[in-house]
Design a binder for this molecule. Structure first.
Ligand code: GTP
Ligand code: MG
Length: 238
């Protein structure tokens, strides 16, 4: 928690270019809404590098500590409660799950890191698989790195940020569970994250504030991600 002056300032006091996420124009929001309202289907679950599906579409990866809310954000974006399996028990998602959105964008729900009960072997296996994916996937356009808004970036998260920086993989921070945080504390956390991102090579400066549970910030995230989708096929061409 920051000092009293910082804790007392309002959201409006934060730099507008990073927080909240930029104002999306009506056309971008509508493009995001339309894309994410389309059919989204599970394509593959990969538990090893050899099991990764072919690279057919631009991909967006959702990465973050266990239980941060990755699967919930994928569900909120696509408006489906049960597309990606969520759980109160950390470590629910144990493979990379690929979801094809309207044949235009691939959403990839990654297994979480920092799961306290995980064995050393499991941590090594996670690292090998995720590192392989993040560093070698040509179709990967953007990683959404999810951070719990109650905590901000912690030591548990920094290896994941470093992994993206080292791989020169463009990533952006998505704060999750903002419904759990009061405004002054949220402003503090977002300000701290923004400051840290300035020192990170591959980080996009824009921070998205979301609550999958309350549907907050989801429309803006849809708009941001829709920009990576392939253009819609002409009617009747497939
Ligand atoms: N209050 C609140 N809880 C949330 C929100 N999003 C997710 N949760 C809860 O957080 C827990 C974990 O959510 P998941 O989406 O399964 O998290 P995950 O990051 O996919 O977890 P792993 O697959 O284990 O890595 C569940 O109990 C969710 O209900 C949110 O926006 N607000
Ligand atoms: Mg999950």
């Amino acid at each position: 928690m920051g000092d009293h002056a910082q804790a007392g300032r309002g959201l409006a006091a934060l730099p507008g270019d990073v927080f909240p996420a930029r104002d999306f124009d009506a056309a971008s929001l509508e493009a995001g809404r339309l894309l994410f309202a389309k059919e989204c289907r599970f394509v593959a679950g990969a538990g090893s590098p050899g099991a990764l599906p072919l690279e057919t579409l631009p991909e967006i990866a959702f990465i973050g500590r266990s239980n941060v809310g990755k699967s919930s954000v994928v569900n909120a974006l696509t408006g489906r409660r049960m597309l990606a399996r969520t759980s109160r028990t950390p470590g629910r998602t144990q493979q990379l799950n690929f979801f094809d959105l309207d044949g235009r964008l691939m959403l990839v729900d990654l297994p979480g890191y920092g799961f306290a009960a995980a064995s050393k072997g499991a941590v090594r296996a996670w690292r090998a698989l995720v590192e392989h994916y993040l560093t070698s996937r040509a179709s990967l356009r953007r990683a959404c790195l999810l951070i719990d808004a109650r905590r901000g970036i912690t030591e548990t998260d920094r290896p994941a940020l470093a992994l993206c920086d080292d791989a020169a993989l463009s990533y952006q921070i998505v704060l999750t569970k903002i419904d759990e945080v009061k405004l002054p504390a949220l402003a503090d956390v977002a300000g701290g994250v923004a400051a840290e991102l300035k020192r990170r090579r591959a980080a996009h400066p824009e921070i998205h504030l979301t609550s999958a549970e309350k549907g907050l910030g989801i429309a803006a995230l849809r708009a941001a991600l829709a920009a990576f989708a392939e253009v819609a096929p002409l009617r009747g061409s497939r």
